[in-house]
Design a binder for this molecule. Structure first.
Ligand code: NAP
Length: 138
């Protein structure tokens, strides 16, 4: 979820790592379309959907700005993709360390095992010492 800078990097990295399918969800659909075309050029073997899938997924990754503020709406439309159909949730927001999405993913009614956390894209020449690095990529 999210096709800004962080979402683009995450999607391209997942494609490079051999993911079979990517579902790109973004408020501004044209940005998801543009990212989908970029992935298609570099990784034609990856299936790209520009919508929520109608099947279970291994990972939901939030790369939107939603969750920075406590009052933000959830970036995930659970009517379209209920959390029990999600293998793991990853939130790229690192402050707060636990976003409302991550808190929701830990709830007992979410039946599947969940992994959550955040990662940090290391800027060249900068050390990775913030809270973002205390949680490993699942
Ligand atoms: N963990 C890390 O290493 C790392 C690195 C970089 C960034 N981040 C985090 O990732 C998030 C995105 O950063 P970015 O650099 O990708 O920013 P960005 O390029 O400005 O992209 C922001 C994204 O959030 C979406 N968004 C913003 N407000 C929204 C709203 N009200 N409703 C729905 N979607 C909304 C945007 O959708 P539109 O395209 O429709 O505007 C876009 O997809 C930030 O929270 C940032 O802290 C984490």
């Amino acid at each position: 979820m999210g096709a800004g800078g962080a979402g683009r990097v995450a999607a391209l990295k997942l494609a490079a790592e051999g993911v079979r399918e990517l579902c790109l969800i973004n408020r501004t659909r044209t940005k998801a379309e543009s990212l989908g075309r970029e992935i298609g050029r570099h990784f034609p073997q990856v299936t790209v959907l520009l919508d929520y899938p109608d099947h279970a997924v291994d990972l939901v990754l939030n790369a939107t700005a939603l969750g920075l503020r406590a009052e933000d709406a959830s970036p995930l439309d659970e009517q379209r993709l209920p959390l029990p159909r999600v293998g793991a949730v990853y939130d790229m927001i690192y402050r707060p360390a636990e976003t409302p999405l991550l808190r929701r993913a830990k709830k007992p009614d979410v039946a599947r095992p969940m992994v959550w956390g955040c990662c940090c894209i290391k800027a060249p020449g900068r050390s990775n010492s913030g809270p973002a690095n205390r949680r490993p990529w699942p």
